[in-house]
Design a protein around this ligand. Structure first.
Ligand code: AHG
Ligand code: MN
Ligand code: MN
Length: 355
């Protein structure tokens, strides 16, 4: 049994042969997988491991940190701090990027990550994940902030782990998106989902509908049409899912299609969106694009955004190609004033966005 299984290491050696940077990147991805295995073991223990619950601390996003947020953060930092592969790191849970002592590191890469995504799910035993993004570090000097603030199209690798009924590791180095499943007894990630392809069409959408009154009219229009289903322009019924972990929602979309939205809204006008560009939107967009989908703000490709801050937030509309393109069209129609219907009394909020 299990003859000819492709382990993560074997797969990476094959995908990343050639220049020294390539084999270093393979080594880094194997290191990230090791941190993921440690986090998988911690999350699986649940209450028995004393890992549930919150701490008194608040992170730079103004969010209360959970124990597992910090334990996962430490697992990644420990991994990146040794081995000579990483010159600096940036995490959701650290206010500023952290330089790795060149005596330990001096590596070729910068690692950016969301150590635990979907934190509100921890205490209720629902899927959570980790997200990572790898950029090239500057040569011959310590990294500075502008080295991190590169558009997502410069990522060398990106991916996520999902801690669900099984633990999976999904990654891209720009040669397609591939999924691995953790064989817990042996401790290996095995290639189970090579060359993932997101179906272009879907009848499933994911959005936190409690924010509906804060959305812009193009998103209200899209969701209204989905909800009207076969009685309206879409001519078919839609289904909705919301797990409150971007990783879990996007994993579902990679498996069977769909569109995930955390769009721009007016709930907190000081924030462009809910999700963070550098360690949520960029890596997930890279993974999704490499699987044939699209990552957009509704108005532009996420991977083209010139970042301004490490913890910057962006609107996110991501998933099946034809649905994201439809949402982009609705944004264009709205911005150019073509969309007469949705400036009607049904969506009086429009005037809020007209300036
Ligand atoms: P994190 O736990 O890393 O802060 O991220 C949670 C994010 C994202 O994963 C999820 O889609 C979204 O927040 C959920 O937001 P709501 O609480 O508004 O549903
Ligand atoms: Mn997150
Ligand atoms: Mn997080």
């Amino acid at each position: 049994m299990h003859q000819g299984r492709t382990t993560l290491s074997k797969f990476l050696i094959q995908q990343l042969k050639g220049a020294p940077e390539q084999s270093d990147l393979a080594a880094l991805l194997v290191d990230i997988a090791a941190a993921v295995k440690a986090i998988s073991a911690m999350t699986a223990k649940g209450e028995l491991g004393g890992v549930l619950g919150s701490l008194d601390s608040i992170n730079v996003q103004g969010e209360t940190q959970k124990k597992l947020d910090l334990m996962s953060n430490q697992a990644f930092i420990n991994t990146f701090s040794t081995g000579g592969l990483v010159a600096g790191l940036a995490s959701e849970e650290n206010d500023d990027p952290v330089e790795i002592d060149p005596r330990d590191g001096g590596g070729r890469f910068l690692a950016l990550f969301d150590p635990l995504d979907g934190s509100s799910n921890i205490d209720v035993n629902v899927s959570v994940g980790s997200i990572f993004s790898v950029l090239r570090a500057p040569e011959g000097r310590a990294p500075v902030i502008t080295d991190y603030l590169r558009p997502g199209k410069n990522q060398l690798a990106a991916g996520y782990a999902i801690y669900g009924p099984s633990t999976m590791f999904v990654l891209t180095v720009g040669k397609g998106t591939h999924g691995f499943t953790l064989d817990r007894e042996v401790g290996n990630f095995i290639l189970t989902h090579p060359l993932l392809q997101i179906p272009e069409d879907t009848s499933e959408f994911a959005i936190n509908a409690s924010n509906e009154r804060f959305w812009e009219p193009p998103v209200q229009r899209y969701v209204a049409e989905c909800k009207n289903g076969s009685t309206d322009v879409r001519q078919r019924d839609f289904n909705m899912r919301w797990i409150a972990s971007m990783v879990a929602d996007i994993h579902r979309i990679l498996m069977r299609g769909g569109v995930f939205m955390y769009p721009r809204d007016t709930k907190d006008p000081s924030k462009e969106g809910r999700l963070r560009l550098m360690y949520e939107a960029n890596p997930m967009s890279f993974v999704v694009e490499q699987a044939g989908g699209i990552g957009s703000t509704g108005r532009r490709r996420i991977l083209d955004i010139e970042p301004e801050q490490i913890h910057q937030r962006v609107p996110v509309i991501i998933g099946s190609r034809n649905e994201v393109e439809r949402l982009e069209r609705y944004h264009r129609d709205y911005d150019s004033g073509i969309d007469e219907k949705y400036s009607s009394p049904l969506f009086q909020e429009r005037s809020l966005f007209a300036s």
